[in-house]
Design a protein around this ligand. Structure first.
Ligand code: FES
Length: 321
């Protein structure tokens, strides 16, 4: 199925999962649901062109529904607030097909996961998958208090019934303290695959702690760009090979904005290089990458880019659009 394909979904059961966090069951509104892998996410089409990405957090073995968990974030740019206010049982909505920027390496000898707050969502799916595979895992789950932590009993049961270890860190509770990420990474076996999803400060600490580890064993997922994406600042040309059109990308416009304003429908969600929805094949030209998704090897290959934030260093780019 094309990644620009969309799904018609219907909201099923909605549950208050923790303070500020609701769990939403999403069901097929006719037809079957495509399967998903642990770590995958959906882009929900919310209102007026607003799209937001949410990790699918249920067990990948479940084929009849997706589950997402959404934090009603006071700093919301509109997405999580809209979800909490408008998504009730029976509401219909459109979503992308599942896409995975945070895949689980299933045959790793050990998996160490560090979750901060709502960053627990991809790890719930990963833990279910690792349990089925009989693989060893360790999950450090950091939240302000027990009331702010989702899925705790379920994770405890999974840890007790398989080869998993769950460590809870509630830093605002009496005697609580932030997780020492550097120490956890330093004590992990060199073959361990290391994962982190959480707020930017946690991911920055994780990346510093993993700087000496092989990049193929370090995996992270950001909710937002590490640093604000700077404006593009110069004019260049894009050739849309399939459309047979050439467009000028003006200073302070992204390629994505330029393409959308020209009436060309392309997938997008985050506008800041973290979701992967706008990934586009590049047929010619040189790219300045500004996303947080592509690895060094993928960047060096120079054959794809996130058109919401990355730009050209050559006078023109030929895109597979
Ligand atoms: S729209 Fe999310 S990476 Fe471009």
């Amino acid at each position: 199925m094309s990644t620009s394909a969309t799904l018609s979904l219907r909201v099923g059961r909605v549950r208050q999962e923790a303070q500020g966090i609701r769990r939403y069951e999403l069901l097929a509104d006719g037809g079957a649901l495509p399967r998903f892998e642990a770590g995958a996410h959906l882009d929900l089409h919310l209102q007026d062109g607003l799209k937001r990405s949410y990790s699918i957090c249920n067990a990948p073995s479940e084929t009849n529904r997706y589950e997402i968990a959404v934090l009603d974030d006071p700093a919301s740019r509109g997405g999580s607030r809209f979800v909490h206010q408008a998504l009730h049982e029976g509401v219909q909505l459109t979503a992308s097909v599942p896409r995975n920027n945070f895949p689980l390496v299933e045959q790793a000898p050990h998996t160490l996961m560090i979750a901060g707050g709502i960053g627990i969502t991809p790890f719930r799916a990963m833990v279910h998958r690792l349990q089925i595979l009989g693989q060893a895992w360790t999950l450090h789950y950091c939240a302000r208090t027990r009331q702010h932590a989702a899925f705790v009993e379920e994770l405890q049961q999974l840890a007790a019934s398989g080869q998993g270890q769950l460590h809870l860190h509630f830093d605002l509770e009496p005697g609580g303290a932030p997780l020492d990420i550097a120490q956890q990474i330093a004590s992990a076996d060199e073959n361990t695959h290391l994962y982190c999803c959480g707020p930017g400060s946690m991911l920055d600490a994780f990346e510093r702690a993993c700087s000496e580890r092989p990049p193929t064993r370090v995996h992270r997922e950001r909710f937002a760009a590490a640093t604000p994406v700077p404006s593009i600042g110069k004019t260049f040309e894009i050739v849309l090979a399939r459309q047979g059109r050439t467009l000028k990308v003006l200073p302070n416009k992204s390629i994505l904005e330029t393409v959308l304003e020209a009436g060309i429908d392309v997938p997008y969600s985050c506008f800041e290089g973290v979701c992967g929805a706008c990934e586009t094949e590049v047929l010619e030209g040189c790219i300045q990458h500004r996303d947080t998704l592509l690895s060094e090897d993928e960047r060096a290959a120079g054959d794809r880019m996130m058109i919401c934030c990355s730009t050209a260093t050559s006078p023109s780019l030929v895109l597979d659009l």
